[in-house]
Design a protein around this ligand. Sequence first.
Ligand SMILES: [Zn+2]
Length: 117
Amino acid sequence: MQRHYRGGCQCGAVSFDVDLDLDQSVTCNCARCQPLGAVLAFAPRGRFVLHSGAENLTEYRFNQREIAHLFCKTCGIQSFSYGQMPDGSEMAAINVNTLKGVDPRALSPTHVDGASM
Ligand SMILES: [Zn+2]
């Protein structure tokens, strides 16, 4: 079920609102998600609102460079990234660990073998 969440980085510079269905969350073993321990959920870009911190984000791209991984340059936390869905529409990939009031360990994410993609 889709619900409204607030999230952000550790130091508070980056904050956002997003609508997500956490029953559709995923974990991934790619070169970035695994060391981060990220639990991800995806939203159309229109359901994601960045309230603060745009000027405080550093962008990192790797591999095919299609995903803009954005982390806070003050505290280092990556709370979201920008990319595209398979149909080409703009999306935001949210690090569920950075949502307020959510216990990611209570979720049952689907595991994605990103390392083999
Ligand atoms: Zn921060």
